[in-house]
Design a protein around this ligand. Structure first.
Ligand code: NDP
Length: 329
């Protein structure tokens, strides 16, 4: 049986030569629990995590910034030892610089290691008259998502690339995308004005949604995959699958660790979310799975693809298919 290794010690190489940890903490926490993110980040970094995944949209950047300042002051870790990812939301699709500046301010950082386009979509900028904030998911009077029809999702990537390639500006060390299907990546490659292949494509990846063709395509083009919702998001339904439970016993790993092992063994970065300190501290091991074990797990989602992230605004995106929690209702 293969050896138990620390997932927190594994790095993958990006297509620009930089290293990215294979395992990090997700922080898309429920609105009412956002402030708990600070303790979760501190617990994670003290347990050896070196990567934190956030986004302008999550509302967690400020609390992560406070956690990082305390960790630096306590001498637990230095900035350069950490890998911090944030993302640009589609309501700032043509205001990447502004989005980045706001994120850096909230995170209290001079640079992020990775800036991702959160969705290949463009939303109109509509302000909430009560709070003065931009509305994250604009809807029409019938409750249907609205889009900026003049918008072009590649414009966001172009603005990110400009910042990344600016030699006088080191605010972004790598750039990438999220939720891009093969079609959308082909469009990006076909655009003659774009010179930089994304370093990362972050999409939903778990045993029920292995997206085998997309992973193969990205890996053949030197794009590192990151798997979001590895546990199937809130309630962690993936951990209840009988094969995951069987493998947990057989491999002497927790069910969480079986999922990390599955993704890391496939060369995929994994960013599970938790606000439970015990879980954050204890689920940090992984084992290299055999090809047979990986194939068995892949088969769950190949046979019956199930997508846990079911955003109504994402419905028009190509490649965003599979049964969803809404179908099951
Ligand atoms: P995950 O798949 O990581 O699942 C998180 C949930 O699982 C939490 O509610 C957690 O609860 C629970 N959980 C963990 N372990 C257990 C356990 N042993 N038993 C019971 N419950 C458990 O969810 P996310 O959807 O948040 O995905 C991870 C990260 O990926 C996000 O936080 C975000 O950073 C990123 N993401 C990116 C997206 C994109 O569009 N780019 C979209 C979605 C996510 P508890 O806190 O109690 O441990």
């Amino acid at each position: 049986m293969s050896e138990k290794l620390l997932a927190t010690k594994v790095d993958f190489k990006l297509n620009n030569g930089k290293l990215m940890p294979a395992f990090g903490l997700g922080t898309a926490n429920p609105k009412e629990r956002i402030l708990e993110t600070k303790e979760a980040v501190k617990t994670a970094v003290k347990a050896g995590y070196r990567m934190i995944d956030t986004a302008a949209f999550y509302g967690t950047e400020e609390t992560i910034g406070e956690a990082l300042q305390e960790l630096f002051k306590e001498g637990v870790v230095k900035r350069e030892e950490l890998f911090i990812t944030t993302k640009v939301w589609p309501n700032r699709w043509d205001e990447v610089e502004e989005s980045l500046e706001l994120s850096l301010k909230k995170l209290q950082l001079d640079y992020v290691d990775l800036l991702l386009q959160h969705w290949p979509l463009c939303f109109p900028r509509i302000t909430n008259p009560k709070t003065g904030d931009l509305i994250g998911k604009p809807k029409d009077e019938k409750g249907k998502p609205v889009y900026e029809h003049e918008g072009n999702y590649l414009e966001t990537y172009k603005q990110m690339e400009r910042i990344y390639l600016n030699e006088h500006d080191h605010k972004v060390r790598s750039i990438g995308v999220c939720n891009y299907s093969i079609d959308y990546l082909e469009n990006l490659f076909d655009d003659p004005t774009i010179r930089t292949v994304p370093s990362v494509n972050q999409v939903e990846l778990n045993p029920q949604n292995p997206q085998v063709e997309l992973v193969k395509f990205c890996q053949s083009r030197g794009i590192l995959m990151t798997g979001y919702s590895p546990l199937g998001s809130s309630g962690a339904p993936i951990l209840k699958l009988s094969l995951i439970k069987e493998l947990s016993e057989k491999l002497d790993l927790t069910t969480n660790e079986v999922v990390h092992s599955y993704l890391i063994s496939k060369g995929i970065v994994v960013i599970p979310r938790s606000l439970n300190g015990e879980r954050i501290k204890s689920n940090i091991y992984y084992k290299k799975l055999s090809k047979e074990q990986i194939d068995l797990i892949d088969n769950i989602g190949k046979t019956d693809p199930y997508r846990h992230i079911d955003e109504d605004f994402a419905a028009p995106l190509p490649g965003f298919t599979g049964r969803t929690p809404t179908d099951a209702e």
